[in-house]
Write a protein that binds this ligand. Structure first.
Ligand SMILES: C=CC1=C(C)c2cc3[nH]c(cc4nc(cc5[nH]c(cc1n2)c(C)c5CCC(=O)O)C(CCC(=O)O)=C4C)c(C)c3C=C
Ligand SMILES: [Fe+2]
Ligand SMILES: [Fe+2]
Length: 362
């Protein structure tokens, strides 16, 4: 396999540190064609669908990619913004805010966002950072809870890029922050603020994206990490166990996924006479199709139709200042020991001196 041809690194050259804020990815447009491209890449990832290729390929190409793109495109169209897909808009904004926040704290780092599927791809962002002289890269995932389908998949993508490089930058991965106090407190504050403005419902439903149940039995920590996030959030809010529920949404395919499922739980609550629910999606740090359409439209309608009277969706953390602060703290913790101070002329000269003293030739 050919490795990249790269300009030789000069001794004494300033080190540059970069942070990549990685999210899942989203279609470029709310059209069947764009959805087909997006879903074809996403659902071909063996980390996402753990079915042997020989069985999965005919289903994916023969059925799913013929039917789903048009249906999903209509759903995306219902949440699309003038700037594009909500997931893209929030992810870009978060990267900018993180750059500003780290800068204020004296960290002169490069910050870019990247998408696991679609654009800008992880490989293209790593290429760009390397061209800008990044010698150390912190990969920060937009999934607080680790799962093979998400976190491990983005690690795979970074490693696939590394496998094509001659000079591989130093890499660090933030695999999880499901119990980070700053993240939990940012969630708690968003709930308290909602309660102050709109009053508290009878139940707080915490809905996480689902995964196939068998991944739990195979050792994926995702289910446990979702429950820990939920427990810590409930504790921070002083909620007794009977006042909240943990559910899983976005089931895909016919297999059993993590339970209880979000929508049937809402219908059941309404059937038990619960008239009001607040719903938060703590595992999504940016609003997207799964929160804005599946929850705030579909799940809302199901609850109200089943006899519920008040359904309040509490938005994702998006660009809330406490969240950007928490994200900055998480990044700063993982950047420890890496040079992030501005590389000025004096600093460059000193590092050259050190290199020469060690016998290196410039
Ligand atoms: C914790 C985050 C996520 C996990 C785990 C996850 C697993 C997973 N998802 C699918 C199938 C689909 N997911 C889709 C959208 C989507 N999924 C996540 C996050 C996780 N997925 C997000 C943030 C989004 C929104 C993307 C956006 O553009 O807004 C979709 C596409 C939408 C649709 O057609 O319904 C699919 C399909 C599987 C199979 C899976 C497996 C473990
Ligand atoms: Fe998903
Ligand atoms: Fe969905």
């Amino acid at each position: 396999m050919p490795f990249a041809t790269e300009p030789p690194l000069r001794h004494g050259r300033a080190e540059r540190t970069a942070v990549i804020w990685c999210n899942l990815g989203t279609p470029e447009e709310p059209t069947p064609a764009a959805l087909r491209r997006y879903l074809a890449e996403f659902l071909a990832d063996p980390r996402v669908v753990e079915i042997p290729r020989l069985l999965w390929w005919p289903i994916l190409h023969g059925v799913i990619l013929r039917v789903r793109p048009a249906k999903s495109a209509a759903k995306y169209a219902s949440v699309w913004t003038p700037e594009g897909s909500p997931l893209k808009v929030w992810t870009e904004k978060q990267a900018k805010r993180l750059l500003g926040h780290l800068g204020e704290r004296g960290h002169a780092v490069l910050v870019r966002h990247a998408m696991r599927y679609g654009h800008p791809s992880i490989a293209s962002v790593l290429d760009e950072l390397k061209a800008q002289g990044a010698t150390r890269v912190l990969v920060l995932s937009a999934y607080p809870q680790y799962s093979g389908a998400t976190t491990a998949s983005l690690i795979d993508a970074v490693n696939a890029w590394s496998a094509r490089q001659r000079a591989v930058p130093e890499l660090r991965f933030v695999n999880r922050y499901h119990d980070d106090p700053g993240y939990i407190e940012a969630l708690a504050r968003s709930v308290r603020q909602h309660w102050q403005a709109h009053g508290q419902a009878e139940r707080l439903v915490m809905s996480f994206h689902g995964v196939p149940e068998r991944t739990l039995h195979l050792g994926d920590p995702y289910h446990c990490e979702c429950h820990k996030t939920a427990r810590l959030l409930a504790q921070a809010l002083g909620l007794a166990p009977e006042r909240f529920a943990v559910t899983f949404q976005s089931r895909f395919g016919k297999a059993k996924w993590l339970q209880p499922y979000t929508e049937p739980t809402l219908v059941e609550l309404a059937g038990q006479g619960v008239k009001s629910v607040d719903l938060i999606c703590p595992g999504f740090v940016a609003d997207c199709i799964e929160t804005l359409e599946e929850i705030d439209m579909e799940a809302r309608a199901a609850f109200l139709q089943a006899g519920g009277e008040r359904f309040a969706y509490i938005p994702c953390l998006n660009d809330r200042p406490e969240w950007i602060q928490a994200l900055g703290d998480i990044a700063a913790r993982h950047l420890q020991g890496w040079p992030t101070a501005p590389a000025d002329e004096a600093e460059r000269a000193a590092s050259r001196e050190r290199a020469l003293a060690l016998g290196a030739k410039d």
